[in-house]
Ligand binder design. Structure first.
Ligand SMILES: [Zn+2]
Ligand SMILES: [Zn+2]
Length: 306
């Protein structure tokens, strides 16, 4: 019988110290020796001494932290080219769906297929996000860069709002191009094209929806805020929960419609257990968050340097 950890993140020493409401620790030291007659034993006592507990602040200078001027956040012509090709692929797919629907005068089925594509895109974004948050590392074939990027996102979430559009979307645009373009060109079924076009479009733009989920309400376009508040796009509050301990929920980043269901029924935890029983690999969320997972708070001096 396997024993699984029930508490994913035990509080560390620092947390315990911070919870102590008293700013002072009483210190009591006793000392005795066997050569002294017991009746004369007078323990050496250092009575309560006021030792101030100063919260420990660890300041690190991480040269890998992306900043505004960092080229990591800027779009290159290669990024823009991939996003252009990805968008073209989506337009071909959706155009084929509309053309097929017009030719056959069949609208209901392609619309339903498109809606199913939108719903399943949210589920797909959650499964993919959960997988790269919990398994593999920078050396993992194909998705290693994505895994590193998401680890960096957990540490510096605010940088996604400063990442340029094509920089944020190019990896998914490339994936959409390779998987969807053959279907877009060779398939002429309006139902299939409706499903594929909308599903892959939502997947490709999920990183933009994700960036908006990190935005400030007053700075977001009113239409985006309205879509977030009506649940069409993942809400800011729902995604904020993903960036708080225990860091193991709210993985879906298209509409977030699946998040409640998946978290309430512990679907990802069940999948983690199955993988653990089958392979012995533990997900990152079972262990205390590594420094890479803990959000660094942006200081005013850091803002000023950007
Ligand atoms: Zn995440
Ligand atoms: Zn995020």
């Amino acid at each position: 019988m396997y024993s699984l950890p029930q508490h994913k993140h035990t509080p560390n020493l620092h947390h315990k110290v911070c919870k102590n409401s008293s700013p002072f620790h009483p210190l009591r030291v006793c000392c005795s020796t066997t050569s002294t007659p017991k009746s004369n034993v007078k323990p050496l006592v250092i009575e309560p001494r006021l030792v101030p507990v100063v919260p420990r602040v660890i300041t690190t200078i991480d040269e890998h932290r992306p900043i505004n001027k960092d080229t990591d956040l800027q779009s290159t012509w290669s990024h823009r080219a991939w996003v252009t090709v990805g968008c073209t692929t989506l337009l071909i797919s959706l155009g084929e769906s509309i053309k097929g629907a017009m030719d056959s005068n069949m609208w209901v089925e392609p619309i339903i297929a498109s809606w199913v594509g939108y719903i399943l895109a949210d589920l797909g974004s959650g499964v993919y996000h959960w997988a790269i948050d919990n398994y593999g590392d920078g050396s993992t074939p194909v998705v290693g860069a994505q895994i590193e990027a998401f680890q960096g996102h957990h540490r510096w979430p605010w940088t996604i709002t400063r990442r340029e559009f094509a920089n944020n979307l190019h990896a998914l645009a490339r994936a959409v191009t390779f998987t969807v373009l053959p279907i877009a060109i060779f398939c002429h079924d309006p139902i299939v094209q409706g499903f594929v076009g909308v599903c892959s479009g939502c997947i490709m733009f999920s990183q933009q929806f994700h960036a908006w989920a990190h935005g400030t309400k007053s700075r977001l376009p009113p239409l985006v805020v309205a879509l977030q508040e009506t649940g069409v796009l993942v809400s800011r509050s729902q995604h904020a929960a993903h960036h708080r301990p225990p860091y193991n929920n709210n993985y879906c980043i298209v509409s977030g419609v699946w998040n409640d269901f998946l978290d309430k029924h512990k679907v990802f935890e069940a999948m983690e257990m199955v993988l653990y029983f089958k392979t012995g690999v533990r997900p990152r969320s079972w262990t205390e968050p590594a420094p890479e997972w803990i959000e660094e708070i942006e200081t005013s001096s850091q803002i000023q340097t950007q």
